[in-house]
Ligand binder design. Sequence first.
Ligand SMILES: O=c1ccn([C@@H]2O[C@H](COP(=O)(O)O)[C@@H](O)[C@H]2O)c(=O)[nH]1
Length: 284
Amino acid sequence: MTDPQTSFAARLAAAGAARPALCVGIDPHPGLLSAWGLGDDAAGLDRFARTVVEALADRVAVLKPQSAFFERHGSRGIAVLETVIAEARSAGALVLVDAKRGDIGSTVAAYADAYLDPASPLAGDAVTASPYLGFGSLEPMFELAAKHGKGVFVLALTSNPEGAGVQRAVAADGRTVAGTILAELAARNAGATPFGSLGAVIGATAAGGIGHDLAKVNGPLLAPGLGAQGGRPADLTDLFGPALPLVLPAYSREILQNGPAVDALRASADTVWRSCASVLGRSA
Ligand SMILES: O=c1ccn([C@@H]2O[C@H](COP(=O)(O)O)[C@@H](O)[C@H]2O)c(=O)[nH]1
């Protein structure tokens, strides 16, 4: 197992202390490529992603390439994703690959090799995972993450309105599906310092509140849904309550729409961080 000092959680805590504890998505939507004057092809993708890395990899804690926007360009898109992961990491950002993988355990082991084994060109510092084939099916990811000091962010209460029908469904034991996932994460992160390396994805859009004691998760809480999806930094206080210190706010389009000028991307990231920092009680 990895030394706790080099765990993903320790590296995330250090990055969040040294720079804005913000996760900025690299989501090359076709509309954004066009707005940036780029083609909807591998060359445009490459220019887009490299610009975000140039603007932000040495300024924010985490960059989150959205795998889907690279996959839609086939093998050439995946090759760009590999380059982006490597360049963002060497420029100092932690890289969370947003791939939302999940399957039966033996196949999850292969996904773990792809995204968490340092020998893989697609390995970042952490990956997003879907627990809807059963939380235990993700065990091979948790094991490889622990071995190599990586993180896994498990979907719990996602930011999209359709998620609630599944995630807030009540199981036979009276707990919601999301509640079961959060309890599993809490059990695996229990006692870890500064916190555990298994995170939860909790949308910052949760209508009607979260309804769970997220502080018990003792792991990073990725909060997408801010900006383009309507979530606001001011909502974070009520949504996360005592778990605010664990929150990692995530923005993609809100910042990316300001490109391709590097200075404008930086200014936008600074602006959203100032709004978040005041709510999260951190220095801007
Ligand atoms: O619950 C979730 C989980 C992941 N996402 C991803 O985050 C970004 C959000 O992009 P915005 O432009 O800031 O809306 C995107 O890559 C999603 O796939 C999410 O939105 N919600």
